[in-house]
Design a protein around this ligand. Structure first.
Ligand SMILES: *[C@@H]1O[C@H](CO)[C@@H](O)[C@H](O)[C@H]1NC(C)=O
Ligand SMILES: *[C@@H]1O[C@H](CO)[C@@H](O)[C@H](O)[C@H]1NC(C)=O
Ligand SMILES: *[C@@H]1O[C@H](CO)[C@@H](O)[C@H](O)[C@H]1NC(C)=O
Length: 468
């Protein structure tokens, strides 16, 4: 009995403590205010890019270490990448210092709002202000309407957002500029003052917007860009210390724009290219590293020779042309393979480990990859692999076998969803490798040849024996 009571008392004391603590936290939680906010929304591609410039002031009594960025729940799943930087210096001496951005939660979030927290370089003291630059990309955020178009029609899409920036802080003054790919804007929601000139829509300036202000807007406009989406991309990177780095990329590409209606007329397509199929695409550009060699491109039917490779000392460009132009909803499955010189991508770190340093994302220009898998097949005998990727990606290990392998090759598998061109930054795979294993492959080869030789000799002897 006594024990029960004391436990109860303990629990009571504990809950009281928690309550007073949370009160303390709340009362001293820093208060921020956004003095000016400028947002530029770039709708000229099928990937939406948003640039935010915020001037933030600490109006609270205690120093603030972070600021929250708020997003409607419908938008947060489409964020492929988000970056923030602090602006230091003025005018010409301006420079940007990257800041740490992390997804975060708040228990009292209204309407399912989602948050990212941006940590300041140093805590912002009372009355102090700082200027931040935020950049994020959204995928699958343009909705074709009409959903089906015929070959001769132009593609129109909807973009949904808010004229006022969603924020947990009051915003004293704000403006939003929306850039469209052409002057053809069918309609847009007005939230006065609203203006439209050339290819730019202007929302605001709006003064003194309280926290969580939200004014939904819809922009309906023409966008005939290649809505190139790779539903699945598998990049296999094979390292051989004897030869080169061999890369094989398996693509499942789809045109994700308005679905094609009716029958496809090649005659119309070829005779009036400016009228027929404006929203379709017939080629894509892959940016490959310089000094690439043995490039091939093929699909289920076989090699496609209509691809063009241009190389210079900085980069190589491969123009890929599927067998037919791609219209909305159409798919193409293909494979690209190429070799890279070992010395350009494989290095030794100061601690003696070897490492691969390669670009992570998809080499196709302006393409969204829904699911990317990168497999790095290390040479036989490699130990303790570890991967360093500059953003969150799932990692695990596998063993793959190819001809002449005895114990199999350690394979580092990296997986990431919702990949955009901004993810084309270098990643590294470190591993230990004893040079004795360099001999494994030639030794295997030699022994195979030797066995073959023995077999031949034996066979010849038998043959001779029979003839006798
Ligand atoms: C939250 O939802 C309510 C009711 O649906 C709506 O009136 C309000 O404007 C919404 N607020 C935000 C920030 O979306
Ligand atoms: C396709 O091209 C590759 C590389 O040039 C070559 O190895 C392969 O034999 C070719 N295949 C066919 C079916 O032509
Ligand atoms: C990887 O390569 C890039 C250039 O492609 C270079 O800037 C970077 O420093 C390299 N990283 C390492 C760890 O070597």
């Amino acid at each position: 009995m006594e024990v029960v009571v004391s436990r109860l008392q303990l629990a009571l004391i504990f809950s009281l403590l928690v309550a007073s603590l949370s009160l303390l936290v709340r009362s001293s939680s820093p208060e921020l205010q956004i003095l000016t906010a400028e947002r530029r929304i770039d709708l000229t591609s099928h990937i939406v890019r948003v640039y935010l410039t915020l001037k933030v002031e600490n109006t609270g009594a205690s120093p603030a270490s972070e600021i929250l960025l708020a997003f409607p729940p419908t938008q947060v799943d489409h964020i492929a990448q988000i970056k923030a930087a602090a602006t230091v210096g003025k005018k010409k001496k301006k420079s940007y210092l990257p800041l740490v951005v992390n997804p975060t939660e708040r228990p009292d979030a209204p309407n399912g709002t989602k948050y990212f927290s941006v940590s300041f370089l140093s805590p912002l003291s009372t009355g102090e202000s700082v200027t931040l630059e935020v950049f994020f990309t959204l995928t699958h955020s343009l909705e074709p309407f009409p959903v089906e178009i015929s070959q001769s029609e132009s593609q129109l899409v909807y973009y949904h957002d808010s004229a006022k920036i969603l924020s947990p802080y009051d915003i004293k003054q704000q403006i939003t500029l929306v850039k469209t790919p052409s002057k053809k804007v069918e309609s847009f929601t007005r939230v006065e003052p609203t203006g439209f000139a050339g290819t730019e829509l202007k929302y605001g300036p709006y003064m003194d917007s309280p926290s969580y202000s939200f004014s939904p807007i819809i922009v309906h406009f023409e966008n005939n860009n290649a809505f190139a989406v790779v539903e699945e991309l598998l990049r296999e990177v094979e390292i051989s210390h004897w030869g080169s780095i061999q890369i094989t990329e398996h693509y499942k590409l789809v045109h994700n724009g308005a679905r094609h209606k009716g029958v496809f007329s090649r005659v119309e397509y070829q005779s009036r290219p400016s009228f027929g199929g404006v929203s379709s695409f017939k080629n894509l550009l892959a940016q490959l590293p310089p000094r690439v060699h043995s490039v091939y491109y093929r699909d289920e039917i076989g090699n496609i020779s209509t691809s063009h490779l241009r190389t210079d000392f900085r980069k190589s460009e491969l123009e890929i042309e599927p067998r037919y132009p791609l219209f909305g909803g159409w798919k193409a499955t293909f494979l690209i393979g190429y070799g890279l010189p070992l010395e350009d991508f494989l290095f030794q770190s100061p601690d003696g480990r070897r490492y691969l340093n390669l670009s992570f994302g998809c080499p196709l220009a302006e393409t969204v990859v829904d699911k990317l898998t990168v497999k790095v097949v290390l040479p036989e005998g490699s130990k303790n692999p570890s991967a360093v990727v500059p953003f969150s990606a799932e990692q695990h290990l596998e063993t793959s076998y190819s001809y002449l392998d005895v114990v199999g090759r350690t394979t580092v598998v990296l997986e990431k969803k919702n990949v955009v061109p901004e993810h084309n930054s270098p990643f590294q795979v470190y591993y230990n490798f004893h040079p004795i294993f360099m001999l494994a492959e030639p030794l295997m080869l030699a022994s195979v040849f030797f066995l073959l030789f023995i077999a031949c000799v034996a066979y010849l002897h038998m043959d001779i024996a029979i003839r006798k």
